[in-house]
Design a protein around this ligand. Structure first.
Ligand code: GDP
Length: 534
């Protein structure tokens, strides 16, 4: 394989690591599948069926859990395309598991945002976008389902700019819409890609080269459509944003591609342009300053822990994003937070549907490590014994809270063990009321479905029945204040104080508007929406 002869910096340069975000049903699964198809990682559309399974009803969760092996193999997808080595970090389809997506975005170098052309920017996209924005990573937009009647493309751009607060630059422009949809005009290459009616097939779309004035193009479009396209392109050139690669790379300008994942239309030009414009892994911030990926010392951080690959062994896989150096199977590394040496004996890598033992891997790649319970989200591993620690993975604000306890006093130990382990995986957050302690814990989750999953897993994996009582609180802020004193902190009618698992104080409250009151009454405190894990 060519990779054997490449140097570390060449391997870094050809890596592209990204996540795809969208509101459910916008077409993330379909686009992922088509990218894999073009990358040769799968051979027919429909192979990524397991992802469909994630669109389950609440009651189907347990069945899915039984098939967890499948969904995990599709957690990271790697393929080679045109000399690039592409890592797609897949994210759960169900929005109740979006905290998982937030963490995955911490490991991605850029993001693709899929928008349904009939719906525009939807709620879940908005939430996930916020996390991308926080990281300042480049965001590419794929406006999908162009084979169907959708909103006016100008309206869609305005939607993206207004709702998300990011400038947009259409890389191509749709010609006609719905029944009259003809194709797209590539603004960089001045050529038209013709839509062939949606073969659903594997075939590439036909292309008609040439600028607007070419006779063949005029003839193909007909007078009316040609005139409309010419007017629209002129408007874009004059009134639209200018193309600015630096702004794209800073995450301030999103290149927009119009296409249709289902019919393959516009997927390949999107992939090629995306790979060309997106950056390879960059130096990563740490407590020792930015660490260059080309640094000879191997290092990386854990961004996700997934349990129950095999329920009878209760094993866990920790996902490590490699940030620098070369990984080789069997190497010994230093686990910074635990201050101990560990051997990475059987790391796994994921190639489309297959899990396989990985021999070597490079910055930008993700490897799955067997976790006998030693890893926490945000942990750093590095080759030499240093104190290097990558910036922590944030803890995002849960949106639902419940009191939880076990009615069986004899099971308390198991209960606490289960809760602690599930919190380590990051699917729940645990809080205590300072005056009540562990007798009654408060669990916070991003999606309400996670409460059901929690009860199920505690019962089936730890043999503990629990009672849960939903709380009316919907918001949380971490209280950052020197010499915090609960007695001096002034709460509102709808709020209460608790502490998180690191004993950091938090305030939970019910109504959005209370935040202003809380800030007013506690001017010395910073009330943060996101907290760091370590
Ligand atoms: P996800 O929830 O974002 O992963 O969405 P899916 O990829 O599962 O797509 C949701 C639905 O939209 C499915 O029925 C797809 O077949 C359909 N779909 C996806 N892309 C397109 C497209 O380009 N055109 C049309 N007409 N339908 C699409």
């Amino acid at each position: 394989m060519a990779s054997k002869t490449l140097s570390l910096s060449e391997e870094v340069k050809r890596r592209r690591t990204f996540a795809i975000i969208s509101h459910p049903d916008a077409g993330k699964t379909t686009l992922t599948e088509k990218l894999l198809l073009y990358g040769g990682a799968i051979h027919s559309a429909g192979s990524v069926k397991s992802r469909r399974a994630e669109k389950y009803a609440v009651s189907d969760w347990m069945e899915i859990e039984r098939q967890r092996g499948i969904s995990v193999t599709s957690s990271v997808l790697q393929f080679n395309y045109g000399g690039y080595c592409v890592n797609i970090l897949d994210t759960p389809g169900h929005q109740d598991f979006s905290e998982d997506t937030y963490r995955t975005l911490m490991a991605a170098d850029c993001a693709v945002m899929v928008v349904d052309c009939a719906k525009g920017v939807e709620a879940q996209t908005k939430k996930l976008f916020k996390v991308c924005k926080m990281r300042g990573i480049p965001i590419f937009t794929f406006v999908n389902k162009l084979d169907r009647q959708g909103k006016d493309p100008f309206e869609l751009l305005e939607d993206i700019e207004q709702v998300l607060g990011i400038d947009s630059f259409p890389m191509n422009w749709p010609i006609g819409s719905g029944k009259d949809f003809t194709g797209v005009y590539d603004r960089q290459k001045s050529r038209i890609e013709l839509f062939d009616g949606g073969s659903h097939g594997q075939s590439k779309a036909n292309v008609l080269e040439g600028d607007l004035e070419d006779a063949a193009i005029k003839e193909r479009l007909g007078g009316l459509q040609h005139q409309q396209l010419a007017d629209e392109l002129e408007l874009l050139d004059h009134a639209g944003n200018a193309y600015d690669l630096e702004e794209i790379l800073n995450g301030n300008l999103t290149p927009v591609f119009f296409g249709s994942a289902l019919t393959n239309f516009g997927v390949q030009p999107f992939l090629e342009s995306f790979l060309e414009l997106t950056p390879p892994p960059a130096p990563r911030p740490s407590n020792l300053g930015p660490i260059a990926p080309e640094s000879e010392n191997f290092s990386g951080f854990i961004f996700k822990i997934q349990a129950n690959m095999n329920p009878t062994h209760r094993d866990r896989i920790a996902f490590l994003r490699i940030c620098s150096g070369k990984f080789t199977k069997g190497m010994s590394v230093h686990h910074v937070q635990e201050n101990r040496k560990i051997t990475l004996a059987q790391p796994q890598q994921f190639l489309a549907q297959d899990r396989m033992i990985v021999e070597t891997a490079y910055p930008g790649d993700i490897i799955g490590l067997h976790d006998p319970g030693i890893f926490r989200i945000g942990d750093t591993l590095c080759e030499d014994k240093s104190s290097l620690a990558y910036e922590g993975i944030p803890v995002f604000a849960p949106e639902h809270f419940a009191k939880i306890y076990t009615p069986n006093a004899l099971k308390r130990k198991q209960f606490l063990k289960g809760i602690t382990q599930l919190a380590q995986e990051g699917s729940i957050q645990v809080f205590k009321r300072p005056d009540i302690g562990v007798e009654e814990l408060i669990v916070g989750v991003v999606g309400i479905l996670q409460f059901e999953v929690l009860s199920y897993r505690l019962k089936h994996e730890y043999g503990v029945d629990v009672n849960q009582q939903l709380l009316p609180h919907r918001y949380i802020r971490w209280i950052k204040q020197e010499d915090f004193d609960k007695k001096k902190f002034s709460t509102t009618m709808d709020s209460m104080i608790a502490v998180d698992s690191l004993e950091h104080p938090v305030v939970l409250y019910q109504h959005e508007w209370s935040i202003n009151q809380l800030k007013d009454r506690n001017k010395d405190a910073v009330l943060a929406e996101i907290s760091l894990r370590n």
